[in-house]
Write a protein that binds this ligand. Structure first.
Ligand code: ADP
Ligand code: MG
Length: 990
C-alpha cells in the first residue's frame, strides 16, 4: 500500500490543528490506540482523537504542531505498532473500554497521557483536559426530594386502605366523609414527608468533609492540588498517609505498600512494584504496578501517572455497577420492617375476624367493610422503619453537636451495643506531643534537664561525645523529611517521634541541616509490619554508613560491637545487660525507648554487625481527659484494652497510670508470640488481656478479629496509618479527627473531630439512648394500636354495637399516633444508661417478653375503654363519645409510661423531663377538646355532647387504665429478664 492511501491529510489550515484519515483504522480499536500513543510521543501535550469507526485522526496542540513529525509517527504506528511496547490508548474514548495499564510498561501510560515521568502534565493541558474529562469526583447519593418522599407516602398500605375507604364513603353517599378521609391522608403524608426529609438530609451529610489536597507535579512544579481537579496524565506523589485520589500507573516506587481493603477486601497492605508486568486479565488485587482510588498508602513512596478519574476509576465503576449509592438498611431498620410486616398480618387477621363476626350477625356489608378498613388503618403502625431512620438521624445530629462525626448510619446503633473498646496507645491515649527526656549512652543514664542534654549532666567531654554520636546517628536514621532552606534554616516534616529526636539533637547544638547535607541519604528501609525499626544508608566521608534506630530489642540483637569512650570494641554480655536495664528503667517511666546503632556501609537490607550507640527515651504525655473517660466506660460495662506497638514495660506503665482495667491487676500480653497463633487459642486468650504490647498492624487486626470471634461487639480507636486495617475490621472504627491521619479518618465509622476521647462516651451514650428510644416508640405505637384492635374485636365478640365509628378510628390514628411517637424518639439520654452493661446485640429489638408486655398494655387500655363504653349504655352516640375520648386520653397518658423501659409512669419519675412529649400530649389533648367543642367536627365524627357524667367516665377510663397498668407493671417487674452480660460475665484469669 502506498504512503498516500495509508494516511491522507484532510485539513491542516489552522495552525496547531491537523485532521487526517487512515482507512486502515476502520474497525481496529487496538490500532487506533497505537496511533494515539504515537501522536502523543511525537507531540507531547497534544489532544488526540482517533476514531476506529470513521478512520479519522484529529490532533490539536496549543503550542503548534510539527505536522511532518506527527504524520511520520502515525505512519510508523499504522505499519507496525510502536517499538518496544504493545499498542496503547489515551482513554476509553479511543479504545472503547478501560485499558489494561497493568499489562503495559509504565512508559506507555506516561506517553498515552501526554505526560512526562519527571515533569508531569503541562499545566495548561491539564486545565483543558479537566473541562473535557470532568471533575475527579464520584457520583453521590442525593437525598430524595420532598415530592419523591411524599409520593412514596401515598404508596403505603394504610393510604391504599384509606383510598378504598374514601371510595366506599363516596358510594354510600358520604361525600363529606370522603373529603375528611382524603384530608387525613394529606395530613399524615405531610407530617411523614417533613420528618423523613429532615432525617434524610442529616444522613446524606454523613460522609461530608473536604478531601485534603494531594501532591502532584505539573510542568515540573510540585503542587498541592484539590483531588477533584486531577486529570488523566497527572503525576501524583505517593507517601505514607496519602489517600490515592485516582487510578494511576506507577512510574516509580520504593517499598511502596498500599491498603486496598476498600477495593479488594484484603485487610493487610499489599506491596507495590513499578516494574511488574502482568497479564491483561490480572485480578484487581494482583495489579501490583497500579494504585487505585479509595486506597491508602501505608508505607514507602512512589510516583504514579493518573489513568482514570472519577466514575471511570475502578471504585467508581464498582459503585455504579452495584448501584450502591444508597446505603443498605441498618439492622434496626430491618428489624422494624419485620415487626411491621408481622403486625400487618396480625391486624389483618383481627380485621377479618371483626368483619366475619359482623357478617355472621347479619350486619350490613358496606358499613362493616368501612369499619374493618378503618380499624386496619388505625391499628397498623405505619412507617416503623421510618421511626428508626428518624430516631437514628436525631442521634447523629446530637452527636455532631458534640463534635462526634458519624459516617455510617448503622454505627449509631452499633455504638450503643459496644462491649469492648480497643485503644491505640500512641496518638489516642497519649497525645502527639513528644519530647526526648532520657538518654543512655556511653554507659551513663542521663535525664533531660531544663537545658536539654547540654547542661551539667553532660559535664565530661567523654559523655558529651557519646551523647553527640548517639543523637547524630538517631537524626540520620530518620524517616522525617529534613528540608534545608537556602538561608540555612531547617524544616522538618515527620512523625512526632522523629520530631522529638531532631529537636533534641538541635537543642544539643547539632546543626541537623548541615548533618544531613554532609551525609546524604542513599537508601531508606522504613518500618513495616513486624519491623519496628528504620535503617538509613548514608554517604559518609569514608564511604557508606548505615544508621539504624528502633525497638531496642530488635536493634540490640543486631549489634555485636559497642562504642565505648570514642572507640569501637566487641560488645560484652554486661553491656547488653546494662542497655536492657536502662531500657527497662526508661520504659518503666512510660517512655517510648528506641535503640540506636550504626555500621560502615554494606547492604541496608542486611542489618547485622551493628555498633551499639545507646538508647533514647521519649516522653509522650497521656491526654488529660483519658482517665475519667476510662472510668465512665468501665461503669458502663465496657471493657477497655490497650493495643500498642511499644514494648510491654512502656505499655504497662502507661496502662497503670491510666487505670486501664477496672481491677487491680493488669494483664499484659507481648505480641510476637501472637503471630501465627491458632485463632482459637488467640480467641481464648484475648478475653483476659488488658494490654497488648509490641503489636504489629497485622497483629492489631488479629486481636480485633479474635475479640469479634468471641462474639464481642468491638470498637477500635486509632489515629495512624497502621491502624487502618483494625479500624476497618472493628464493628465501629473510631478515628482521631484532628491529629490523626487521613487514612484513619477515611476508614473510620466515627470521627472524633477534636480528638477528645470523651466523644466516645458521648457516642456510646447516644447510641444506647437511640436504641432505647426506638424501643419506647415501638412500645407506644404497638401498644396503643393493639388497644384499638382489642376494643373493636371485643365489641364484635360480645355482639355490641361498634364502639368507634370509622371516622373516629381515623381521628384516633391522626391524634395519637404521630406526635407522641416522635416526641418519645426525642427522649433525652437516661443518665443511668451508662451505669448499665450494654444490651445484647443479637437479641431482637422486641423479644417475646416485650411483646407480652405490650399486649398487656393494649389489653388494659382497650379493656378500660370497653368498660366505659358498656357502662355508659349501649344506645346512642354517648357511649361511643365516651369511649373515643377515654381511649385517646388513656393512650396519651400511656406515652408517659412508655418513657420507662418496661414499667409504668412511676419508674420514669426520676428521669430528666421530656418537654417534647409534654407539648405533644398537651397539643393532642387540646385537639380532642377542640374536636368536641366545634359543631362541624362533632358532626363529622358523630360525637354527642359530653356532660359532667360523661367527663367523669372519660377520666375514669384514662386514669383507670393508667393505674391498672401501673399495678400490673409493678407486679411483673420482678420477673424481668436480666441484661445480657450478667448472664455471661467476662472470664477472670486467676
Ligand atoms: P502505636 O501502636 O502505639 O501507635 P507505633 O506503631 O507508632 O506505636 O510504634 C510502634 C513501635 O515502632 C515503637 O515502639 C518503636 O519501637 C517503633 N517506632 C515507632 N516510630 C519509630 C521511628 N520513627 N523510628 C524507629 N522506630 C520507631
Ligand atoms: Mg498510633
Amino acid at each position: 500500500m502506498s504512503a498516500e492511501t495509508l494516511l491522507r491529510r484532510v485539513h491542516d489550515a489552522v495552525p496547531g490543528r491537523l485532521r487526517l484519515r487512515a482507512e486502515r483504522l476502520r474497525g481496529r480499536a487496538e490500532l487506533a490506540a497505537a496511533v494515539a500513543g504515537a501522536v502523543l510521543s511525537a507531540a507531547p501535550g497534544a489532544r488526540v482523537d482517533v476514531s476506529a469507526v470513521t478512520g479519522s485522526v484529529l490532533v490539536r496542540r496549543d503550542g503548534g504542531l510539527d505536522v511532518e513529525l506527527v504524520e511520520a509517527a502515525i505512519r510508523d504506528a499504522l505499519e507496525g505498532g510502536l517499538p518496544g511496547g504493545r499498542p496503547h490508548a489515551l482513554s476509553a474514548s479511543v479504545a472503547g473500554g478501560a485499558e489494561p495499564w497493568h499489562a503495559r510498561p509504565s512508559g506507555a501510560a506516561v506517553l498515552a497521557g501526554g505526560s512526562d515521568r519527571h515533569l508531569g502534565l503541562d499545566a495548561s493541558v491539564a486545565e483543558a483536559r479537566l473541562a473535557e474529562a470532568g471533575a475527579n469526583v464520584l457520583p453521590r447519593a442525593e437525598p430524595r426530594s420532598a415530592a419523591a418522599i411524599a409520593l412514596q407516602q401515598l404508596e403505603t398500605l394504610p393510604v391504599a386502605l384509606l383510598g378504598v375507604s374514601a371510595l366506599l364513603a363516596l358510594f354510600t353517599g358520604g361525600v363529606a366523609d370522603a373529603v375528611v378521609i382524603l384530608g387525613v391522608v394529606a395530613i399524615n403524608a405531610g407530617i411523614a414527608t417533613f420528618t423523613e426529609r429532615n432525617a434524610e438530609r442529616t444522613i446524606a451529610g454523613l460522609a461530608d468533609y473536604a478531601p485534603r489536597p494531594v501532591e502532584a507535579v505539573r510542568s515540573g512544579v510540585p503542587l498541592r492540588l484539590d483531588p477533584a481537579g486531577l486529570v488523566p496524565g497527572d503525576l501524583v506523589v505517593l507517601a505514607p498517609g496519602t489517600l490515592v485520589p485516582a487510578d494511576a500507573r506507577l512510574v516509580f516506587s520504593e517499598n511502596l505498600t498500599v491498603d486496598e481493603a476498600a477495593l479488594t477486601g484484603e485487610a493487610m497492605p499489599v506491596q507495590k512494584d513499578t516494574d511488574a508486568l502482568l497479564a491483561d486479565d490480572a485480578l484487581l488485587a494482583d495489579r501490583s504496578n497500579m494504585v487505585f482510588r479509595g486506597t491508602a498508602v501505608t508505607g514507602g513512596r512512589g510516583l504514579a501517572v493518573v489513568v482514570a478519574t472519577g466514575p471511570d476509576t475502578e471504585i467508581g465503576r464498582l459503585q455504579s455497577m452495584l448501584g450502591s449509592l444508597t446505603p443498605p438498611q441498618t439492622p434496626i431498620q430491618r428489624q422494624l420492617g419485620e415487626v411491621e410486616r408481622e403486625l400487618v398480618v396480625v391486624n389483618g387477621l383481627i380485621c377479618a375476624a371483626v368483619f366475619a363476626i359482623g357478617l355472621a350477625r347479619g350486619q350490613p356489608l358496606v358499613s362493616l367493610l368501612r369499619s374493618a378498613i378503618s380499624l386496619a388503618v388505625a391499628a397498623i403502625p405505619e412507617g416503623l422503619p421510618a421511626v428508626a431512620t428518624t430516631t437514628l438521624a436525631l442521634g447523629i445530629r446530637e452527636m455532631r453537636g458534640r463534635k462526634v462525626h458519624v459516617r455510617r448510619l448503622d454505627a449509631v446503633e452499633t455504638l450503643g451495643a459496644v462491649e469492648v473498646i480497643g485503644l491505640d496507645k500512641t496518638g489516642t491515649l497519649t497525645g502527639l506531643a513528644m519530647s526526648l527526656s532520657a538518654i543512655h549512652a556511653g554507659g551513663d543514664l542521663l535525664a533531660r534537664s531544663e537545658h536539654g542534654f547540654a547542661g551539667e549532666e553532660c559535664g565530661t567531654p567523654k559523655v558529651r561525645r557519646a551523647v553527640r554520636d548517639l543523637l547524630a546517628a538517631a537524626a540520620l536514621a530518620s524517616e522525617a523529611e529534613i528540608l534545608r532552606r537556602p538561608d540555612g534554616s531547617v524544616d522538618v516534616i515527620g512523625s512526632a517521634t522523629e520530631t522529638a529526636i531532631l529537636d533534641a539533637a538541635r537543642e544539643f547544638g547539632i546543626d541537623i541541616g548541615a548533618l544531613v547535607a554532609a551525609e546524604p541519604m542513599l537508601a531508606l528501609v522504613p518500618r513495616a509490619d513486624g519491623r519496628k525499626r528504620v535503617s538509613a544508608l548514608r554517604r559518609a566521608a569514608g564511604g557508606a554508613r548505615l544508621v539504624v534506630k528502633g525497638d531496642p530489642v530488635e536493634v540490640l540483637a543486631r549489634s555485636d560491637r559497642i562504642l565505648d569512650a570514642g572507640s569501637v570494641r566487641p560488645i560484652r554480655e554486661e553491656d547488653r545487660r546494662a542497655a536492657m536495664a536502662a531500657n527497662e528503667s526508661m520504659a518503666g517511666r512510660a517512655l517510648r525507648v528506641l535503640g540506636v546503632a550504626d555500621r560502615e556501609g554494606g547492604d541496608p537490607k542486611d542489618e547485622g554487625g551493628l555498633t551499639w550507640l545507646g538508647l533514647v527515651g521519649i516522653e509522650n504525655p497521656i491526654r488529660p481527659e483519658v482517665t475519667p473517660v476510662l472510668e465512665r466506660l468501665h461503669r458502663a460495662g465496657i471493657r477497655t484494652v490497650m493495643i500498642t506497638g511499644d514494648q510491654s514495660a512502656t505499655a504497662y506503665a502507661v496502662a497503670r497510670s491510666l487505670g486501664l482495667a477496672d481491677q487491680p491487676d493488669l494483664r499484659v500480653l507481648e505480641a510476637g508470640r501472637l503471630a501465627g497463633m491458632d485463632p482459637e487459642v488467640l480467641g481464648a486468650l484475648v478475653d483476659g488481656v488488658d494490654v497488648f504490647a509490641r503489636v504489629s498492624p497485622s497483629e492489631k487486626l488479629a486481636i480485633v478479629r479474635a475479640l469479634q470471634g468471641r462474639g464481642r461487639i468491638v470498637a477500635m480507636t486509632g489515629d495512624g496509618i497502621n491502624d487502618g486495617p483494625a479500624l476497618k475490621a472493628a464493628h465501629v472504627g473510631v478515628a482521631m479527627g484532628a491529629d490523626g491521619t487521613d487514612v484513619a479518618r477515611e476508614v473510620a465509622d466515627v470521627v472524633l473531630a477534636t480528638d477528645d476521647l470523651q466523644g466516645i462516651v458521648d457516642a456510646v451514650r447516644l447510641g444506647r439512648a437511640t436504641y432505647a428510644n426506638i424501643r419506647k416508640v415501638l412500645r407506644f405505637l404497638v401498644g396503643t394500636n393493639a388497644s384499638e384492635s382489642f376494643l373493636m374485636l371485643g365489641a364484635s365478640v360480645l355482639g355490641t354495637r361498634e364502639p368507634l365509628s370509622p371516622m373516629q378510628l381515623l381521628m384516633l390514628n391522626l391524634a395519637t399516633d404521630v406526635f407522641p411517637a416522635l416526641a418519645l424518639g426525642l427522649e433525652p439520654p437516661d443518665p443511668r444508661a451508662m451505669d448499665r452493661p450494654p444490651h445484647d446485640p443479637s437479641a431482637p429489638i422486641l423479644d417475646v417478653a416485650d411483646f407480652r408486655r405490650i399486649l398487656r398494655d393494649g389489653l388494659v387500655i382497650g379493656g378500660s375503654a370497653m368498660a366505659g363504653f358498656l357502662m355508659d349504655g349501649r344506645a346512642g352516640p354517648r357511649g361511643s363519645t365516651v369511649a373515643f375520648h377515654g381511649l385517646v386520653l388513656a393512650q396519651l397518658l400511656h406515652a408517659f409510661a412508655c418513657r420507662g423501659d418496661t414499667g409504668g409512669v412511676i419508674e420514669t419519675l426520676g428521669k430528666p423531663a421530656n418537654q417534647h412529649l409534654r407539648a405533644a400530649v398537651a397539643g393532642c389533648a387540646g385537639l380532642q377538646v377542640a374536636v368536641q367543642l366545634l359543631p362541624a367536627s362533632r358532626r363529622v365524627l358523630g360525637l354527642a355532647p359530653v356532660g359532667p357524667g360523661g367527663l367523669l367516665a372519660i377520666l375514669g377510663i384514662a386514669l383507670g387504665a393508667t393505674l391498672l397498668n401501673e399495678v400490673v407493671a409493678a407486679a411483673s417487674s420482678r420477673s424481668a429478664r436480666p441484661p445480657h452480660p450478667e448472664a455471661e460475665p467476662w472470664p477472670k484469669l486467676t
